[in-house]
Design a binder for this molecule. Sequence first.
Ligand code: NDP
Length: 340
Amino acid sequence: MSAKIYYDKDADLSLLNDKKVVFLGFGNQGSAQAQNLRDSGIPNDNILIANRQDSYAETAKSKGFHVEHDFGKAAAVADVLFILVPDQVQPRIFNNDFAPKLKSSVTIVVASGYNVFYKLLNFTSTQDVVMVAPRMIGSSVRSLYEAKKGFPCFVSVEQEGSGNALSIALAISRAIGATKTGAIASSAREETAMDLFAEQALWPQIIMLFREAFSVLKEAGCSDEALCYEMWMSKEPAEIFERAAEEGFITQLKHHSSVSQFGQLSGALALDGAEVRSHFKNILYNQVLNGKFCQEFSKIEQDLEKDGPENPLNELYRKAESSEMGQAEKRVRDRLAGMI
Ligand code: NDP
C-alpha cells in the first residue's frame, strides 16, 4: 500500500489570506508552528496565541505575538484553530472553553490523531477537522524550517465541513514547512495506531530485551560499567538508528564488522517471531484500536498531575528504576559524576 505525498506545489498558501489563525498552546509544537507560519508570510496581526497567563504566554509575547488569555474570546475569532496543548488536556479545554464559541466554518487542526480517533472532541458537522502531525519534536520543526529544510509530517482530513478541507490542510502544512520534503497522506486512525503501538508494544519489548540482556551478561561476570557502555552509554545504538534512517534499516549493517553482520543477520533470520507477533496483534486490536487503553488512561489522567506515589507514573518509574539494570546504571552514573 503506498500513500500519496504532498509537496509545496500541491499547496496554495493564499487560502490562508485574511484568515485569523489561533494557536491554542505555545509549547513544543505551538511555538515552533506559529513562528514557521509567520515566517511563511502569514501576517502577525492574523495570528493569535491563546494561552493561560504564565511563562508560555510571556514567551509568545517576547517573540512579538498577540496573546489572548480568555479562551472564549480567542475561539470566537478563529478561522483556523491549531490545538497544540497536551493530548490529555485537550478534551476539557476544547469542549468547555472553545467549542461553544467557535464559528461553524472554522478549520480545526490537530497535531496528533488521539483525541479525534477516540472521538473525545465535540465538533459540529459544518467544521473542517484536519490533522497536520509533524513526526518531529517542536525544536526540530523550527530548526529544520529555519535551515530551509522540511520535516516528515502526516496530513489528513478527518471531517469535511467546507468542501475544501484538504486544500486548507495542505495550505496549513505548507505554512508550517511540512510540505517541503513531503507531507504523507494518513489518518487519525493510522497515526494513533502506529503511535500507540510503538509506545505500548514495540518499545516495551525493547526495554524488556535490554533489561534481560543486562541481567544475563551480568550473571556471566560482566561489570556494570562495561555493560552500560556496551549497551547504550557509548551511543552506538543511537548511531545505528541514525544510519538506519539515512541509509536503510538493513543496509546500515554494512558499516559493522563481518562477524557482527553475520551474527546479526543469521540470528535475526533464525528467530521465530510468531509469539511476539501474536502479542503485538493482541496489543493493537485489544488495547489500542478498540479504545481500551484510552478508557483506562482517562481514569488515571488527572492523577498524573499529583506528586509522590499517588501519581501512577511516579510509581512506574520507581519500579523500573529499582530493577537490576536501573540500579546498576545509577551506580555507574553516580560514580562517573564523582559522587561516590
Ligand atoms: P506541550 O506540552 O509543549 O504544550 C504546552 C502548552 O500547552 C503550553 O502552551 C501550555 O500552557 C499549554 N497547557 C498545558 N497544560 C494546560 C492546561 N491544563 N490548560 C491549558 N493549557 C495548558 O505540548 P506539545 O507541543 O508537546 O503537544 C501539542 C500537540 O502536538 C499534542 O497533540 C501532541 O501529541 C502533538 N505533537 C507533539 C510532538 C512533540 O514533539 N512534543 C510531536 C508531534 C505532535 P500553560 O501550561 O502555560 O497554560
